[in-house]
Design a protein around this ligand. Structure first.
Ligand SMILES: O=C(O)CCC(=O)C(=O)O
Length: 283
């Protein structure tokens, strides 16, 4: 696996995202794609299509696969991206929070609207990032991620939005998701503005990716994925990496994949629990 260059690290730190071309070996990428295509038919307990039956296309997600699926555990190691996350965040060690698969078939109208990853998660810190590995070609017209440049440095956290449930009252979102999510949503004051409508104030970064390319981004960077207006399936897997200063910060209504009952950590502890958060790089 190739190592992140110093220039790529600089771009990550200033923009909040960096495009790493040819980051992962193409044979591993096609093996992961085959596994993802099987997963669509047999999703895990956190997975499924988010598209309503009367809409076109399909927006599928599944996550937290590594604890129950050996192949996904292996992919998290073999992708080699924990090492890049360590270099990008200047961390001696990196732990895995979870893996997250996203598929958008052609004709899918749903966006995952502007959001940051931070408000959904039960962890916090500064050295936390994701690596979104493209398993297929895509550009912003076929739902490659877009980012608001430098937004990881704003010291602002926006209200989380949930795909296909945007704009619904918090109680309705809770009915579709999990207990506590309404209280969680209501605890945020600021919604994400329509950044794309203010090109004078915000720069939207768009990428054209090929299978094996990675977008490495800070968990505070505002990003989104649009409809898939292309004529092919768009698939990706994001690994969520925790660096040296990451700590346990559960909130009512945060993502239930790992809750207080699943870890020995107390609120505020640095992430050290090897069972819940496997060490993927360093010691
Ligand atoms: O691929 C997508 O549609 C959304 C991905 C995303 O928001 C993420 O990886 O954090």
């Amino acid at each position: 696996m190739r190592i992140l260059t110093d220039d790529e690290v600089k771009v990550f730190r200033s923009d909040g995202v960096v495009h790493i071309r040819d980051a992962v070996d193409i044979s591993l990428v096609s093996e992961i794609l085959t596994s993802v295509e099987k997963l669509i038919h047999t999703p895990g307990r956190f997975g499924g299509s988010m598209t309503s039956p009367n809409s076109t296309g399909m927006y599928f997600q599944d996550r937290y696969l590594h604890p129950t699926k050996k192949n996904f555990r292996r992919y998290a190691h073999e992708c080699g991206l924990a090492r890049s996350a360590a270099k990008a965040t200047d961390s001696d060690s990196i732990r895995l929070y979870y893996d997250h698969v996203f598929v958008k078939d052609p004709g899918t109208q749903e966006s995952f609207v502007w959001h940051q990853d931070r408000p959904y998660w039960a962890v916090d810190g500064n050295k936390i990032c994701s690596t979104w590995l493209a398993l297929t070609d895509s550009n912003s017209g076929s739902s490659a991620l877009e980012f608001v440049r430098g937004s990881h440095l704003w010291n602002r956290t926006f209200k989380p939005e949930y795909p296909a449930l945007e704009g619904l009252p918090a109680k309705e979102v809770e009915k579709a998701l999990w207990t506590g999510v309404a209280e969680h949503i209501e605890s945020f004051e600021e919604s994400c503005p329509a950044f794309e409508e203010h090109p004078d104030l915000y720069e939207v970064l768009k990428f054209e990716v090929r299978p094996g390319d990675v977008l490495l981004f800070d968990f505070r960077t505002v990003h989104r994925s649009g409809p898939n207006s292309g004529n092919r399936r768009r698939a990706a897997i994001s690994w969520r990496w925790l660096g040296d200063d990451a700590f346990w910060a559960p909130k009512v209504g945060s993502d239930p994949i790992i809750g207080e009952q699943d870890t020995v950590l107390e609120v505020g502890d640095l992430i050290t629990d090897n069972e819940a958060f496997p060490l993927m790089f360093g010691e």
